[in-house]
Design a protein around this ligand. Structure first.
Ligand SMILES: Cc1cc2nc3c(=O)[nH]c(=O)nc-3n(C[C@H](O)[C@H](O)[C@H](O)COP(=O)(O)O)c2cc1C
Length: 349
């Protein structure tokens, strides 16, 4: 195995370790979803058993608007993690994003940890690559990697803050928006742009106005902070606390991108932890939600552990729709959401 791949593999293993053992969530910044209330309806006219939360995302029908967030691939444990996540996604009719496939380009050994189609033949499967590494030269190999895993779509992650925290990270993002536009136009996979937990907001969305992007996953602040993860990986401690707490809260990111790109499918992620978080984000205009780090521990354990976590999450989401009188997601989106201020609840436009 090439030394570069070895280095990448050990970094992936460190990411998993740090995400399991250190305090990598934002310490002072929240998603902002807690500031909103769904309108509870004591005279709901729905029956919990018939609430329909099915949705279409990137051309695939999902039983619930829930995606497993991009996590891993390449390290030894990654194969187990990916297969447990994928098998649970298949059983529940959900979607799954793979971790960055850079490590599998030209490496057959690393590729095996991304092979999940045999356990998830029907699940929406989204491949992954970093925008900082996405050059024209890489595109043929990337297409081969997407074909190989049987992906339905490609997620491109943009992560300038994470890269800047890394030892020898890719810190030149000049021309990245133009590169994204070119690749989105030429590649035969639908492309979704995502962050890794620091948020895509108004400024980034403005760069996407004439880009034929299929979806945006805002991956906002309030959950896992990758500027924290990378500091733990690099220094074993937090040396730049302000950078670790920097990002656009998920609720704000979602509203900014929805306004700038009304016709683009949106994923709310970054700190989505409960069915109630999901219900609020969907009411705010998200087409789906994604959850990453809470699924890491269950994914190391078993398919059943991932299944149980997600089933509880989905059950809570269904109760949220029932409790506010929405028989499906379209009805949920017509309901007013209330923003809690110190003194009163204000209707959110
Ligand atoms: C262990 C781990 C590995 C990750 N690796 C990737 C990756 O390879 N590519 C990517 O786009 N995002 C990656 N992410 C970021 C997540 O997809 C997500 O955007 C971020 O963790 C915020 O969501 P959360 O608060 O639900 O964890 C990773 C997250 C975790 C926890």
């Amino acid at each position: 195995m090439a030394p570069a791949t070895n280095g990448m593999e050990s970094r992936k293993a460190k990411h998993i370790d740090v995400c399991l053992t250190e305090a990598v969530d934002y310490q002072t910044v929240s998603t902002g979803l807690e500031r909103y209330r769904l309108p509870y309806n004591a005279l709901t006219q729905t029956s919990l058993g018939t609430i329909d939360i099915s949705a279409e995302f990137l051309g695939v029908r999902l039983a619930a608007p829930v995606l497993i967030g991009a996590m891993t691939g390449g390290a030894e444990l990654s194969g187990v993690i990916n297969r447990n996540l994928a098998a649970a996604a298949q059983k529940l009719g959900l979607g799954m994003m793979l971790g960055s496939q850079r490590i599998m380009l030209g490496d057959d050994v690393a590729s095996t940890s991304f092979a999940v189609r045999d356990v998830a033949p029907d699940a929406l499967l989204i491949g992954n690559i970093g925008l900082a590494q996405l050059t024209d030269d890489l595109v043929p190999e990337l297409i081969e990697a997407l074909d190989k895993v049987g992906a339905n779509a490609l997620a491109v992650h943009t992560n300038p803050l994470q890269e800047a925290m890394q030892h020898r990270g890719d810190t030149d993002f000049s021309g990245s928006a133009a590169r994204l536009r070119d690749i989105t136009r030429s590649i035969r996979y639908p492309v979704m742009l995502k962050e890794v937990g620091h948020g895509i907001g108004a400024a980034a969305a403005a760069e996407l106005v004439d880009c034929p992007i299929a979806a945006v996953d805002v991956a906002g602040a309030g959950g896992t902070s990758w500027a924290r993860v990378e500091q733990y990986v690099r220094y074993g401690e937090i040396r730049y606390p302000a950078l670790a707490e920097w990002g656009i809260p998920t609720a704000q990111a979602l509203q900014e991108v929805r306004k700038a790109l009304p016709g683009v499918q949106l994923v709310a992620s970054g700190g989505i932890r409960t069915g109630m978080d999901a219900a609020k984000a969907l009411a705010m205009g998200a087409d789906a939600v994604a959850v990453a780090r809470p699924l890491l521990k269950p994914a190391i354990e078993s398919t059943a552990a991932v299944f149980d976590w997600l089933q509880n999450f989905i059950a809570e989401l269904q109760i949220c729709l029932h409790g506010c009188g929405a028989k499906n997601l379209a009805a949920l989106r017509t309901l007013p959401l209330y923003a809690q201020t110190d003194k009163w609840a204000q209707k959110c436009e």
